[in-house]
Design a protein around this ligand. Sequence first.
Ligand code: PAZ
Length: 317
Amino acid sequence: MSSISGLVEDEISSFFESSPPLKNKEEVVAKLNQFIELNSSRQGEKRRIVCVTSGGTTVPLEQRCVRYIDNFSSGNRGAASTENFVKAGYAVIFLYRRGTCQPYCRSLPDDPFLECFEFPDAKNIRVRESHSEAVKMAVMDQQAAVGEGRLLKLPFSTIYEYLQMLREMATALKDVGPCSMFYLAAAVSDFYVPWNSMTEHKIQSGSGPLDIRLAQVPKMISILRSNWAPKAFCVSFKLETDSKILIEKATKALQKYKVHAVVANELSTRKEEVVVVSSSGNVVVRRDSDKPESIVEDNLIRLIVDRHSTYIKENHT
Ligand code: PAZ
């Protein structure tokens, strides 16, 4: 378990104290507790629970937000990983950025949703023949996962919402101990405009060029590891565009935050390969290039699940 300095703890506290409160906090906490309760009390079996974070956080520039800073993340990694975790028997809390890629939707056609349907007559609506298989599979898989109580989806948009929800989630999962996992694939903003120094109304363009000072977002992984959910298995991600510094940065993150693995990926090749950096060495994970349907998450989640199993065996009391 890692310990954090008083300074970092102060920065984290002041981030939360100055954040606009989560609007639907009670509802989020109730859903989380119900989901965890359901999956922790299966007869004879304690289901593993993973929190998958997905997509990018926004940084509002005005309190009544008109403009915000965003990032590239599509949510594809988180959605594909979620499907694989469900397949591996996990219950998944999918903390995702509104509007980004959803589990079971990857195989749907790119056409706008409404173009998947047709009207044979005024009373009926049906899925177009060309899309029927993909739509059927997506609906069945999604409804099975939700119906069996194995998928809970919680949306966020801003950095404020994301970090407050992550804290709620980690606190709620604390008692699940080693059977819980954090798989932190979201692209979280490193910089933000503190709420109390943010203008309330829309920034006016009449006063010329805009200077904005961005503060650094405190790194929450340290407090997640030390206080919020110290017994959970924790996998973080490191993205770089310069492959020369990627592994070095991932190794530093592994040591600094004392997570169990860091998945290192480079922007342009992230769908082809990742490197899992951990204390037992670095493993390159690729998609099976001879199988067109194969995605890197198939092999990645197999490896992560394996590591989690070992962790549970070593830490179960
Ligand atoms: O969301 P996506 O599939 O487009 O990309 C996935 C990813 C690159 C955001 C993820 O694999 C990742 O590295 N997340 C952490 C990014 C970081 O803050 O370093």
